[in-house]
Design a protein around this ligand. Sequence first.
Ligand code: UDX
Ligand code: ADP
Length: 465
Amino acid sequence: MNIKTICCIGAGYVGGPTMAVIAQKCPHIKVTIVDINESRIAAWNSSDLSKLPIFEPGLDKIVEEARGRNLFFSTNIDKAIDEADMIFISVNTPTKTYGKGKGMAADLKYIELCARQIAKVSKQNKIVVEKSTLPVRTASAIKNILENTGNGVRFQILSNPEFLAEGTAVEDLLSPDRVLIGGDSSEEGKKAVQVLVDIYTNWVPKERILTTNIWSSELSKLTANAFLAQRVSSINAMSELCEKSGADVNEVSKAIGMDSRIGSKFLKASVGFGGSCFQKDILNLVYIAKTYGLEEVADYWEQVILMNEHQKQRFSDRIVSTLYNTVSGKKITFFGWAFKKDTNDTRESAAIKVADNLLSEQANIAVFDPKVVEERIYADLEHLNSRNPEENRTLLKVENDPYEASKESHAIAVLTEWDAFKTYDWKRIYNNMNKPAFIFDGRGILDIKALQKIGFVCYKIGSGS
Ligand code: UDX
Ligand code: ADP
């Protein structure tokens, strides 16, 4: 089978960049991305490339090249499904907020809606690819829905988890460490796997394309994220010990990272990991383990999340205790709100929890983030439901300029590791702040010695200073 048309349901952080790269690398395939969110699709179609709904370095260039040629964004979901030989499901799978598995299991309602829509619309055989991170054995649920439509259409279901990290999505997609494709072991299943392999071989070396059974593929995704998050929680646990003992976590992390058995990546101590995947996927893993009665396995992985919560809490506690045990009425400036640099995504960002803790202490907060818009910040806080929205808006202000944001501030807290923060005129910032002027570097990116020379009182995560 030769794929001529692809449809992707979900124009988010995963679907958008992934399909843009497929379209760029496969000009012979027509790729249509659909979404129920009209304003998101309108933003993808915007002639002003700075208005794309998702900020990723290099993405605008790729969209510019492929859009209108073989890359299309649309809200006409039925038409795109009908036309497609292959359909990627790339909708969100948040943690359930209700019912059985509340707070742990993945909410599959969006996936199920997609499957039902595909079943309803399809007139010819199709390959359906799970792109969203899904708990093990979701494919069988999708299969059930698709196979019981009664209209004789045959579907093959593949799992092709994304391993792109936000902020480096384009790079990760262009030269992935590996591409994982899980499928059925039947003849038809193997053929479907090969069809997807053929798409990726347009730009990915064959030896980097790994094919497995569908359950292994689904579980590998959860495992990869659990292992990565575990490394962050492990180094964050050490960061607290470093602060007490006089060791410096950056030095420790460099020393152990040079051990080839450990490796240097994902050893950066931080105020806590965020993002749409880590917490959700680990909770998912915990839920699956519990479902199988594996209490110890569940507890082991849950600890990674608990450590992360502790890290956020202890950062805000540190701010309060350093500011003489009261922040009520004091102005604290946040540099960064996104869950990491080079993205406008804020899902599960540590900044949200830290802000919430400080607002509970009646602090005034001014937030500056180079890419996150004001409404997103208020929506993140409202989502917590800790206080009424007006109170959030009174206590927390969003600024477009770092110098304005830090004016008359008592302390600056660095929550995201944006490179730009290192290049600011820190002397100017210092001069306009309340004295003593404090800095709490939750990402360990600033030159503390230089800041101390200016006069700042500094705290850096994982070190005694
Ligand atoms: C992650 C996975 O890396 C990716 O493969 C998967 O497909 C989706 O989830 P992402 O959430 O985009 O990607 O970001 P990632 O770079 O993994 O960072 C996650 C969080 O961990 C961020 O908040 C980041 O700041 C934090 N982190 C990462 C650290 O605190 N220290 C580190 O050393 C690395
Ligand atoms: P991710 O990081 O997984 O890409 P996002 O929330 O950024 O998550 O993107 C998921 C997208 O999927 C959203 O834009 C949402 O509107 C879209 N979506 C969810 N359900 C459906 C559906 N049934 N049909 C079409 N689009 C959907």
